[in-house]
Design a protein around this ligand. Structure first.
Ligand code: GLC
Length: 550
């Protein structure tokens, strides 16, 4: 089937279901809540939704530990609610993406239950090893979440590999039967009418033969032996050939530690096996590889990340654009300024919305939600956070250890969406599964709906503009003044249309810089975050977008 690549004209909204909207009052977000809010999502100018996992799951990693791939969790409303949401999306001309998590399952999946008992054909569905003499683990790999990557299973009498939590055993993708299972899952959802998949850590699915030790690495020992492994392109091609090519769907691959050159092997429009890739560089301007190794925010690092992908994919592949998702603390708290919340939120929106690619918004980003800062470490739920808290930085003071969680934890961005100033921010009539951020009376959708200058309404304007301007879709990207530590300035040019984008990233006034060949007096100012403007000086976190038509 001919791929229509409809995703190039779209803007997606990511729903992290537990915290989006509770429809039945049990304190947990669900699909009934989503149904209520479809018009809201559409009103932002978003044409599609990516659902973080909504399958039955014990919830060890908030749904990324799946116990049944062909059903919807009862706490989210089951299949009945899902079908209504799918229909509701399609009626509104919106697409729906599911999360495909097949690097690992839950240890409560039936396959694992059978595999640990050596019941065929499931015996080799997972990666089992006897372990070495003297209680040595099969190799030196670390898990991404909970210590070593191996756990001994009493039932089978062997170790199993888990690159994430202990309750997330890795599937053995080298087993053709496992790949057949994946295809069955894909067919099941695509036949139901789902429009595509976001593929969770998909670059991890092929492990180096023999599972050799890895050298020391700043993070996650082992990663070099399983990220972009030997058969990765073969397996992805197989999924494409046997499934995706038969549908008008689209695929988005999550890929930790990937640079454009490597990415092109996956997403080149002629030869690739998937459509777009979630890279992590744009999330590391204030840390080293992971949020857990924080550094000072460096604008130049952020600009370089965005520009690298813009330049190197140009004409060959399509960018996935994002500044927030469920795996990172809130962006205003990191790259912007809480003091200038609305202003810096707008600058951050402009930073990525006028680039080439398909933008994604993460729930709450559009109203400028900030990091959660609970008073006690016991309030955290995330498996990675709990492990890191209990095993690292033990010698630091309790205050420092708690502050580290505020800064680094994924839960900082997982609190319920703040819909109104009512109890529990209008998220639930019950007790929320994770507390609501205390600032909800100040920051909520209802309040921002009423304010024409709110961040929410700015997002609407910016998205509508991006859709109306050919230069955003087709224009050549160029970054200017890349050495500047205060400003991000870029242009987008087609033969008939030019855009000049200026974003200040400082709380201090900053001298405006205009690229040569551009005369702002001749341009039309189409978007800005201040009403009053100075010709030469930008206000804190000021942003402007100028349009030049010829
Ligand atoms: C991805 C998901 C993350 C999850 C992990 C394991 O990185 O985005 O939330 O914990 O994979 O599935």
């Amino acid at each position: 089937m001919e791929r229509k690549r409809w995703y190039k004209d779209m803007v997606f909204y990511q729903i992290w279901p537990r915290s989006f909207k509770d429809g039945d009052g049990d304190g947990m977000g669900d699909l009934w809540g989503v149904l209520e809010k479809l018009d809201y999502i559409k009103s932002l100018g978003c044409d599609g939704i990516w659902f973080s996992p909504i399958y039955p799951s014990p919830g060890a990693d908030c749904g990324y530990d799946i116990a049944d791939y062909m059903d919807i969790a009862p706490e989210f409303g089951g299949m009945e609610a899902f079908k209504k949401v799918l229909e509701g999306c399609h009626e509104r001309g919106m697409k729906l993406l599911m999360d495909l998590v097949v690097n690992h399952t839950s240890d409560e999946h039936e396959w694992f239950e059978k595999s640990r008992r050596r019941i065929d054909p499931y015996t080799d569905y997972y990666i089992w090893r006897p372990g070495e003499k003297g209680g040595k683990l099969p190799n030196n790999w670390d898990s991404n979440f909970e210590g070593k990557a191996w756990t001994y299973d009493e039932v089978r009498g062997e170790y199993y590999l888990h690159l994430f939590a202990i309750k997330q055993p890795d599937l053995n993708m080298d087993n053709p039967l496992v790949r057949e299972e994946v295809k069955k899952i894909l067919h099941f959802w695509l036949d139901m009418g789902v429009d595509g998949f976001r593929e969770d850590v998909i670059t991890y699915i092929s492990k180096t033969e023999g599972l050799p030790n890895d050298r020391i690495f700043p993070i996650y020992k082992g990663m070099r032996k399983y990220n972009h492994g030997p058969h990765i392109h073969e397996y992805l091609s197989e999924f494409k050939r046997d499934v995706f090519d038969k549908y008008d769907c689209f695929t988005l691959a999550e890929a930790p530690l990937v640079w454009p050159k490597r990415a092109l092997k996956y997403i080149d429009e002629e030869k690739g096996q998937i459509d777009m890739m979630i890279q992590f560089q744009c999330e590391t301007a204030d840390c080293l590889f992971t949020d857990w190794l924080p550094t000072k925010f460096k604008l130049r690092k952020m600009k370089k990340a965005f520009s690298d992908w813009q330049y190197k994919l140009s004409g060959k592949a399509w960018n996935m654009l994002y500044i927030e998702n469920h795996d990172h603390p809130r962006i205003i708290s990191r790259y912007g300024s809480e003091k200038y919340r609305t202003e810096s939120g707008k600058t951050l929106a402009v930073t990525y919305l006028f680039q080439q690619g398909t933008p994604f918004l993460y729930q709450g980003q559009e109203i400028g939600m900030l990091n959660w800062r609970p008073e006690s470490p016991e309030m955290y739920e995330d498996v990675q956070t709990v492990y890191n808290y209990n095993h690292t930085n033990l010698k630091k003071s309790p205050e420092e250890r708690l502050k580290r969680l505020w800064r680094c934890s994924r839960d900082s961005a997982r609190t319920p969406v703040q819909w109104s100033a009512e109890k529990n921010a209008g998220f639930t009539t019950g007790t929320p599964w994770l507390p609501v951020n205390e600032n909800y009376k100040e920051i909520n959708v209802e309040k921002e709906e009423k304010d024409p200058d709110s961040l929410l309404n700015f997002y609407r304007k910016a998205i509508a503009l991006r859709k109306s301007l050919p230069a955003v879709r087709y224009g050549e990207y160029r970054e200017h003044f890349h050495r500047s530590k205060k400003l991000y300035v870029y242009t987008r040019e087609t033969e008939s249309q030019k855009l000049l984008v200026i974003c200040s990233f400082t709380e201090k006034p900053a001298k405006i810089k205009i690229p040569s060949g551009y005369n702002i007096e001749k341009g039309e100012l189409i978007l800005a975050n201040y009403k009053e403007r100075d010709e030469k000086i930008l206000k804190p976190y000021e942003t402007r977008v100028y349009l030049f038509n010829s």
